[in-house]
Design a protein around this ligand. Structure first.
Ligand code: CDP
Length: 222
């Protein structure tokens, strides 16, 4: 598919990135995980001490991010920040617990908005996130919006994290997902909301293969 932009938004752990990767392969378009960029800023802010147990030092984050250069490798899905590979670090429990508080800061969103648009400007892409179809690429060729029951999402994410060697309980995962959904939907700047022209997919009772087939059928049918 030539230069198409495919926007995949939705709630935490609904299977957006897995589906987005498969679509990107199938359509021969680059893939960008926009959540990884928000996680990258959060990781850096924790490491630099701009986030502590008691405070989020917004001024330090604002000054610090102006120097950042992200690269998301579409094939390996590796994220580098100023050439340093932080692919694994951004999935940690600590990063997950702060990322939505960082992602609601207007200057963080504005900064990443520019970077995200640049990534899609030349060859088209498949990008997943929270505001891709509403704010980053409102003119996207195809928009999908993913939902699923929280308990099912938590179970899937818990299994995924266990397989990756993270030791944490199901209830912790569920709480993190619900906390992030709340902050993401209630924030002032580009909140998580379905675009009017997005196709909604509830993946609660669907396998990845079924979701993939639904999306491909919609794309082919247009
Ligand atoms: O994979 P998962 O659904 O758990 O989340 P993610 O895509 O890695 O995104 C992590 C967090 O980044 C979200 O909970 C949002 O707070 C934020 N995010 C955002 O605000 N806007 C985006 N386009 C992507 C992520």
């Amino acid at each position: 598919m030539d230069k198409a932009i495919i926007a995949i938004d939705g709630f935490a752990a609904t299977g957006k990135s897995t589906l987005a990767k498969r679509l990107s392969n199938h359509l021969g378009l680059p893939y960008v995980d926009s959540g990884a960029l928000f996680r990258g800023i959060t990781f850096l802010a924790i490491e630099k001490g701009w986030i502590t147990d008691t405070n989020i030092y917004e001024k330090s984050i604002e000054e610090g991010i102006s120097q950042l250069k992200f690269n998301f490798d579409s094939l390996s899905n590796a994220l580098t920040l100023n050439k340093r590979d932080i692919t694994n670090q951004i999935r940690s429990k600590l990063v997950s617990s702060y990322v939505s508080q960082i992602a609601k800061l207007p200057f963080v969103r504005y900064y990443l908005l520019k970077q995200q648009r640049q990534m899609g400007s030349s060859n088209g892409l498949v990008m997943d996130g929270r505001d891709i179809g509403t704010a980053v690429f409102p003119e996207a060729d195809f928009k999908f919006f993913f939902t699923a029951k929280p308990e099912v999402r938590a179970q899937r994410r818990w299994e995924e994290m266990k397989a990756d060697g993270y030791l944490l309980g199901y209830n912790e995962v569920l709480k993190n997902i619900l906390d992030r959904d709340k902050i993401d939907t209630e924030r002032k700047v580009s909140p998580l909301i379905k675009a009017d022209d997005a196709i909604e997919i509830d993946s609660t009772y669907l396998s990845l293969q079924q979701v993939f087939e639904i999306c491909v059928a919609k794309i082919n049918g247009k």
